[in-house]
Design a protein around this ligand. Structure first.
Ligand code: DGJ
Length: 761
């Protein structure tokens, strides 16, 4: 029979790892479970990870093969009984399983499958030994449970207080190659993180050809997968498709996480919706080339692997070396996509983002890019800043074009010296004047890039990524600096700190405007050249870490031509990212809808820009643009002086309104009330933590004659409470709003904004 864990709970070895006595008594079973999420049983080599609503079971079997036994709802029972051992024909059996044809690595759900020893599905780990052999068959050797959450040297990782998280390390080995699988558990958010350390304990080097961060095998069920596809100015559009037999993948080979695919994925059951159904989500905390693969195999089992893109990865693991994979953040929801998103939002907001602006209010900013592009001088900037101050903004951001010879995007990158033809007297006088207006000052930089037409390139042509004897490919007429080089990183650190020390600067927009190719570095030998794409990311992270720790009060907004590097890795250093270069409000409802599946609203840089919109020519009201831009870290990106007086008044009102809503928007619970890719309107809702305030925002796309009103049910309210709608003063019960709903107001014209603000009576 299969033991019920609940009966055995008190005898579990893991229990004495936690000192229950340090928690105030009485401690009831439920609280204990949350405080001590990891249970281990050394008799059966079983590991059970509990979170508030989920359970993950792992077991090393009699051969030492580490199997994933369960991930899903809490079951309180050993789920081994659900594993099947089919003899599929042509199955390969491990030697020590003798002639048991039912035991095959190729059909078992495995925690960290390897290449070459009988599992023919997509692997998590592939190595080549010195003799050229590849077969790797990892077996269990032990485990350790640790208080708190592990961190990863040189890489961003979820962090947590000691009593907020636990870690289990599970050790595997095949000869001299050992692997430590690390699981970090944040029970209150239903979050489990994964990372692996691959070590070479032998005497000769081995080559890692593939080292994924996670593998999740799901033995049963018919699944859809959702990935987030797109292009420049149209990022992270969710695409849902059924799994078909074979391998499906989403990936980037661009050196950054990319506009085209995002390092996040959802596997969901066929009926899964916003509010019901099962779904698994994974987000990679990594900003370089990645790969997510899902294989649906011959026994209808789904395998999800995610990590550094092996197509651009080959790492020499010398004797004694360890290789740390980036971290994958996983969650499971039995209550549809909303719950899955809430888990990701909470962990990213509270345990990924760092620094002062993790909790501090984000400044409402005015950015001059779409107001002036490269064509500005200090006087023009001051005029724009003055109006921003008058209308209530908190910060003025000077975008591209203030340095070197930078009157277009063909020159000047790398020369981080003020262009005094544009800013007379330099940076400080301009910053001081802006500060005197009561505004903070922010500045744009693109540290990783260099123009061929720049003093930096002329002085250090060897600093760019290019293959000797070949012309490098250009992108936006620019080249990429070799971030694996210490001298490059030192130059950039000195240049950035000189800018920050030269004036009272509170914010950096850290841009990155090209995809990377022509991988080659003088710092690496031919044997190590395959390490370069990952070493580039490590170099970038090292620089970001130095800047953020030396300038902790500076808010850094990530950017890569908008959302070309929008990932949980960047959010560790930059708590907000410019979501897209497309500022068209209608398109933004779709881009921000997709982004919201994984990333919290506080992470989404979003601005009101001019109408007609510069990317699409679409005309929309300033209110429609504002309601859409408020779904993020809010700001403006136009010359406010060019607005009508009526529009200026609206802007003033919008900024005041946003400053009343920002806590609700950034820290409340977010619900997608429509699917703007399918529905005739976009609608979303924020609920305060204590459920005392609700804000519904959205846009009705098209006006039709004799238009019917749309009925929408609200979510996440308190059924028992009463809520007053600000616009008409009417009072509704929570029950009514959730079960009956509300009619959206009559609107006029296309792209009509919607705002419904309720407060508890
Ligand atoms: C791309 C960014 O996404 C834009 O907002 C702007 O900063 C330009 N770069 C400037 O070159």
């Amino acid at each position: 029979m299969f033991p019920l864990y609940s009966r055995k709970l008190d005898t579990y070895d893991g229990i004495d790892i936690i000192d229950i006595n340090k928690y105030k008594k009485p401690v009831n079973r439920k609280v204990m479970v949350i405080i001590m999420p990891i249970k281990t049983d050394t008799l059966t080599n079983s590991f059970r990870i509990l979170t508030k609503n989920t359970e993950y079971q792992i077991k090393a079997d009699e051969y030492g093969v580490l199997k994933r036994v369960w991930y899903g709802r809490r079951v309180d029972c050993d789920m081994e009984y659900m594993l099947d051992y089919p003899n599929t024909g042509f199955s390969v059996n491990p030697y020590d399983a003798a002639h048991n044809r039912n035991y095959s690595l190729n059909t078992l759900p495995l925690e960290y499958p390897c290449d070459g020893a009988g599992d023919f599905r997509v692997p998590a780990l592939s190595v080549i030994r010195r003799d050229g052999s590849r077969a790797l068959d990892l077996r269990y050797t032990g485990f350790k449970v640790l208080d708190g959450k592990y961190s990863i040297p040189g890489l961003p990782a979820v962090y947590a207080e000691k009593d907020e998280a636990q870690t289990i390390e599970i050790y595997l080995a095949d000869g001299d190659i050992t692997v430590t699988l690390r699981y970090g558990v944040l029970p209150k958010y239903d979050i489990i993180t994964r990372s692996a350390v691959i070590s070479n304990k032998g005497k000769s080097a081995v080559r890692l050809e593939n080292a994924m961060s996670m593998c999740l095998d799901i033995p049963y069920g018919e699944w859809d997968w959702i990935h987030f596809e797109g292009r420049h100015a149209m990022e992270r559009i969710p695409e849902r498709a059924p799994l078909i037999h074979g391998v499906q993948e989403s990936s980037s080979k661009r050196g950054a996480s990319s506009h085209q695919q995002n390092p996040s994925v959802i596997l969901c059951d066929k009926t899964c919706s916003e509010t019901s159904g099962e779904c698994y989500g994974a987000a990679l905390m990594y900003s370089g080339s990645f790969k997510t693969q899902i294989e649906y195999d011959q026994v209808n089992q789904a395998r999800l692997v995610m990590g550094i893109n092996p197509d651009l990865f080959s790492w020499e693991l010398k004797p004694g070396d360890d290789f740390h994979t980036p971290e994958a953040i996983m969650t499971y929801s039995a209550e549809g996509f909303s719950k899955l998103s809430h888990n990701f939002h909470r962990v990213i907001r509270n345990n990924v983002c760092r620094g002062r602006y993790k909790t501090a209010k984000r400044p409402v900013l005015l950015n001059n890019w779409e107001a002036t592009y490269f064509n500005f001088d200090d006087e023009k900037l001051l005029e724009i800043a003055k109006k921003a101050a008058e209308l209530g903004a908190d910060m003025f951001v000077m975008d591209d074009g203030w340095f070197g010879k930078r009157d277009s995007d063909t020159s000047g990158l790398g020369d981080w010296i003020v262009n005094e033809n544009k800013l007379k007297g330099g940076l400080k006088p301009l910053v001081d004047k802006v500060r005197k207006m009561g505004l903070k000052f922010g500045i744009w930089i693109e540290p990783e890039m260099v123009s061929e037409d720049s003093d930096l390139f002329r002085a250090h042509p060897e600093w760019v990524i290019r293959i000797p004897g070949r012309n490098p490919a250009l992108c936006r007429s620019q080249l990429v600096l070799d971030m694996t080089r210490n001298d490059v990183r030192d130059y950039l650190y000195n240049a950035i700190s000189a800018i920050l020390n030269s004036a009272d600067i509170s914010y950096i927009k850290w841009d990155m405007n090209r995809s990377i190719c022509d991988w080659y570095s003088d710092t690496l030998t031919s044997v190590n050249m395959g390490e370069m794409p990952h070493r580039y990311v490590l170099g970038l992270y090292e620089l970001l870490e130095k800047i953020t720790s030396d300038f902790p009060d500076v808010l850094i907004e990530g950017c890569s031509g908008g959302g070309g590097r929008f990932d949980a890795g960047i959010l560790y250093y930059c708590p907000q990212i410019w979501c897209s270069d497309n500022t068209d409000a209608y398109d933004r409802t779709k881009i921000q809808y997709g982004t919201s599946f994984i990333y919290p609203l506080s992470a989404v840089g979003s601005h009101v820009s001019a109408s007609p919109n510069h990317q699409t020519g679409r005309v929309s009201s300033i209110e429609a643009r504002a309601v859409t831009a408020m779904a993020g870290s809010f700001g403006y990106e136009l010359d406010l002086n060019k607005l009508t007086d009526e529009e200026k008044e609206e802007v003033k009102n919008q900024i005041t309104r946003f400053k009343g809503y920002d806590d609700l928007i950034h820290n409340g619970t977010y619900h997608r009330l429509s699917d703007p890719l399918r529905d005739k309107f976009a609608l979303w809702q924020y609920v305060a933590e204590d459920k005392s305030e609700i804000l519904v925002h959205g846009m009705i796309f098209r006006q039709e004659p004799n238009m019917l009103r749309y009925a929408v049910r609200l979510r996440g309210l308190s059924e028992e409470r009463l809520y007053r709608l600000e616009t008409d003063g009417k009072v509704y019960t929570g029950k009514a709003l959730m079960n009956g709903g509300i009619l959206l107001p009559h609107t006029w014209g296309d792209y009509a904004p919607v705002e419904l603000h309720f407060t508890e009576v």
